[in-house]
Design a protein around this ligand. Structure first.
Ligand SMILES: Nc1nc2c(ncn2[C@@H]2O[C@H](COP(=O)(O)OP(=O)(O)O)[C@@H](O)[C@H]2O)c(=O)[nH]1
Ligand SMILES: [Mg+2]
Length: 323
């Protein structure tokens, strides 16, 4: 495949087009992923999550610089599963990332909700694969912390960074979303603000309560404080520490044979997403297109039947076991 070769050589235009076509759900793009997948496995994928405005993009931007100084090539994927209204934020990120635009060692893309019927995590997984095959040493995935979809997205990572800021009641939100369980590194951002020591104590207390089994081979998530982004010297130092901690985490995974379990988690989820796209989505679309879905909802409202019976009927119709 000519285009696969191009992506392998790092061709930005071919890679961008493939990512866009995948987002649009084009069959031909999906088929191409079959040739991309076997070539993956090079990148260290780092997920960065936290509430909107926590300073994730600012950190990502700084991390790019820090990794570039170490001569690592970097892919950046900004994902916003929350709403169609954040296009502006992503646009802002784009402008900020412009300073890396001239650097062939950096590839930046953003994914929004466009065309994703529960398939955003899959689109993210695919985009990561593409950056991986492009040869990026590091892939940074930035996403907003909300609910299950976000956990699915972040599960594509080998290293998960949770960004919290003082005085937001963030901890509580993160616990709800199940994000804390998958954090490998905590970053207290905007540590210049009041309440950062309190936040640190709260995270400590939460980690203290966790069973030892929550820390694979003894990796207790470190809590880093990140200095004010507007004070370049301190900020750069914080980022050096962060990129070193990220590196340490990766070494820990390798040393204790834990990379496999991350890859397993990732593979299981990708299969899940792929099956959803190939099985569930077409069934739901077909039922929606012929109006059946709506009729069923009305039946339910009248209590003529129940969702379980309906789902069983659909299963009987679509899931034929081998004769
Ligand atoms: N006070 C303060 N503001 C910051 C810091 N880092 C980022 N910001 C600002 O917070 C806002 C949101 O940052 P952004 O990186 O876009 O957050 P994201 O939504 O998590 O990606 C921007 O206006 C940043 O300039 C920091 O360390 N201290
Ligand atoms: Mg952002």
């Amino acid at each position: 495949m000519e285009r696969v070769k191009k992506i392998k050589s790092g061709d930005v235009r071919t890679a961008s087009r493939l990512i866009r076509n995948l987002e649009d759900g084009m069959d031909e793009a999906r088929a191409m992923m079959k040739h991309i997948f076997p070539l993956t496995g090079h990148s260290h994928v780092i997920g960065i999550t936290g509430s909107p405005g926590a300073g994730k993009s600012t950190l990502v931007d700084g991390l790019v610089e820090s990794f570039r100084k170490k001569d690592k090539t970097v892919g950046v994927l900004a994902v916003d599963p929350t709403s169609p209204f954040t296009g502006g934020a992503i646009l802002g990120d784009r402008i900020r990332m412009q300073r890396h635009a001239e650097d062939p060692g950096v590839f930046v893309r953003s994914l929004a909700t466009r065309g994703a019927l529960g398939g955003l995590a899959k689109a993210v997984g695919d985009a990561i694969h593409i950056m991986d095959v492009m040869g990026k040493d590091i892939v940074l995935v930035e996403t907003v912390g909300t609910g299950q979809q976000e956990v699915d997205i972040i599960n594509h990572s080998h290293t998960v960074i949770v960004v919290l800021i003082p005085g937001m009641g963030d901890e509580i939100q993160a616990i709800k979303a199940g994000i804390l369980e998958i954090a490998d590194i905590f970053v207290i951002n905007k540590a210049d603000r009041e309440g950062s020591s309190k936040l640190r104590r709260e995270i400590m207390a939460m980690l203290d309560m966790a069973p030892a089994s929550a820390f694979p081979a003894g990796w207790r998530p470190p809590i880093l404080k990140c200095d004010n982004a507007f004070e370049p010297v301190g900020f750069t130092k914080s980022l050096e520490e962060m990129s070193q901690t990220i590196e340490n985490h990766y070494q820990h995974l390798v040393k204790h044979d834990l990379l496999g379990s991350r890859v397993h988690r990732k593979a299981a989820m990708e299969l899940n997403e792929a099956i959803r796209c190939s099985v569930l989505d077409p069934v739901l679309s077909a039922l929606a297109a012929n109006g059946e879905l709506e009729r069923m909802v009305e039946q339910l409202m009248k209590k003529d039947t129940d969702p379980y019976t309906l789902a069983e009927e659909i299963a009987r119709r679509y899931l034929k076991t081998a004769p």
